[in-house]
Design a protein around this ligand. Structure first.
Ligand SMILES: *Cc1c(COP(=O)(O)O)cnc(C)c1O
Length: 389
């Protein structure tokens, strides 16, 4: 049987896969089973921050792998401690909890906010506001946080205590926060799975103004927007605000599973020993890889991401088959005149891996994609989008 046939027979059918089997990759190029080469504009959904098998990342991971692969959280390890230090020094946050995925990073954020509110104001104050069209994960609680009914319907009842505000609607925000029971408001600065929609500056400023007045905890879900993806180390830095809690995952590990929940000084003492935990969280191999990633996310790289993003945007906007380009940095959502499924399929046939978000074409290239590969991928996308023009 082929890999595809074995997978279809034995792997649970929770995913619709593209008809491609990848066997290896280097940088922004992935290689299929039949030897076909693809320019990767999706990076495993914003995970392979420096592409496939990046030399620096591979050696950081391999060196740690030869020393110590796991200890549990009953012991101290260098990579875990140093990554937490690095994250705090680069963000101004005070403490970090490590887990293995975005959903878990958000669970930790939600529990932290509920505990803060309960400790200070009593147990009735437990509602977490999130935004409509948001995506926060697949566990029963992070599904409840996800403001999209179609994700909920088969799994009811979900965790109680969530309500949803329309993104970028200040009137709705004011109405929904007019209650003494709001513990936190949780949001993505750029809604990823929801269709690559950035929050407006006015809306974000209003969230922080109300949160400040009412001591509502602000939780930034930077699982996708974090780690340089939007052209800033974390997307909140583009908006000039400081969240109380920042969760991240995807690109942090550069391809190994790692989630992090960063707590500001206001939140740093909310958890006591035994309140929360994770067997694998803070794994030394994953943390060693993440340190090598974070150390390279400097101003120069962020500048290049912004420049290349502008290039993609202007090239695509000047093309007949493209209606609009949304997003920030290397997190872009493109509205095409042709049906997006056809565009994704044909780009793949022509050697460019792209994905979609709702009905938009979504691009999430490696932060260090070289100019020649980027230009070539953009040419292919343009040709495919313009086929009917
Ligand atoms: C991907 C994603 C998650 C879920 O992350 P997992 O690692 O799949 O659990 C949560 N929030 C956002 C914004 C995401 O993009």
């Amino acid at each position: 049987m082929s890999i595809k046939e074995i997978d279809n027979k034995y792997v649970a059918h929770t995913y619709g896969r593209f008809p491609v089997t990848l066997i290896k990759g280097k940088g922004s190029v992935a290689i299929g089973e039949d030897g076909a080469e693809y320019i990767d504009m999706a990076t495993g959904i914003a995970v392979n921050t420096f592409g496939y098998c990046d030399d620096f990342w591979v050696s950081a991971v391999a060196e740690q792998l030869m020393e110590l692969q796991h200890t549990s959280n009953l012991y101290y390890t260098g990579p875990c401690a140093r990554l937490a230090q690095l994250l705090c020094e680069r963000t101004g946050m005070s403490k970090v909890f490590f887990s293995n995925s975005g959903a878990e990073a958000n669970e930790c954020a939600i529990k932290a906010a509920r505990k803060y509110a309960a400790d200070k104001y009593g147990k009735e104050r437990n509602v977490i506001l999130t935004l409509k069209n948001s995506f926060h994960g697949r566990t029963v609680t992070t599904l409840a946080a996800t403001g999209q009914d179609n994700f909920h319907k088969d799994f009811l009842p979900l965790t109680e205590g969530f309500d949803y505000v329309e993104a970028n609607n200040i009137t709705d925000l004011i109405e929904k926060t007019d209650s003494d029971n709001i513990a936190a408001i949780m949001f993505e600065f750029v809604q990823g799975e929801g269709g690559v929609t950035p929050l407006t500056k006015e809306f974000v400023e209003k969230i922080f103004e109300i949160a400040q007045q009412k001591d509502i905890i602000t939780i930034a879900d930077e699982v996708q927007t974090g780690n340089g993806r939007t052209g800033a180390l974390y997307a909140y830095m583009n908006y000039g605000v400081t969240p109380d809690v920042v969760s991240t995952a995807k690109g942090l590990g550069g391809g190994l599973p790692l989630g992090a929940t960063m707590l500001s000084s206001k939140m740093e003492n909310v958890y006591n020993p035994g309140d929360h935990g994770s067997t694998f969280g803070g794994n030394p191999v994953c943390c060693a890889g993440a340190i090598s990633i974070l150390n390279r996310l400097d101003d120069e790289l962020m500048q290049q991401v912004r420049e290349k993003s502008e290039y993609i945007r202007s090239e695509l906007l000047s093309t007949g088959g493209v209606e609009s380009v949304d997003g920030m940095g290397f997190m872009l959502g493109i509205t095409t005149k042709r049906p997006v499924d056809e565009v994704v399929k044909e780009c793949m046939e022509q050697g460019v891996l792209v994905i979609k978000a709702k009905q938009k074409l979504r691009l999430l290239p490696a932060l260090n994609i070289p100019w020649d590969l980027l230009k070539s991928a953009v040419e292919t996308i343009k040709t495919v989008c313009n086929k009917d023009e």
